[in-house]
Design a protein around this ligand. Structure first.
Ligand code: GSH
Length: 87
């Protein structure tokens, strides 16, 4: 299975982002993700709103397709890590 491009829009103070950051660490996928801090770089928040109509984080772009909701993202990360481990 080919690797997907993963980009996380987040900021540290957000508890929902911490759920996703924990999942990234648990799966080791933190080394595969490009991080964009929307508080440090407001242009990324603008991009998020343009792309999705929502400025909330976390948002994980999977091959340029945005996914919101921390629990959905964490679940997807665990599933993806399992698939990657099988190959
Ligand atoms: N249900 C969402 C909640 C996300 C959320 O409310 N994030 C807050 C930060 S903790 C946010 O982005 N608020 C808008 C803002 O700060 O601009 C999830 O679980 O991911």
């Amino acid at each position: 299975m080919t690797e997907k491009k993963l980009e996380l829009y987040y900021f540290d103070e957000c508890p929902y982002c911490q759920i996703v950051l924990a999942a990234l660490k648990e799966t080791g996928l933190d080394k595969k993700v490009t991080f964009f801090n929307t508080r440090k770089d407001p242009s990324k928040r603008e991009k998020l709103i343009t792309d999705t109509g929502r400025g909330t984080v976390p948002c994980l772009y999977i091959d340029n397709k945005p996914m919101h909701e921390s629990r959905d993202i964490a679940e997807w990360l665990h599933q993806y890590a399992r698939e990657q481990a099988r190959n």
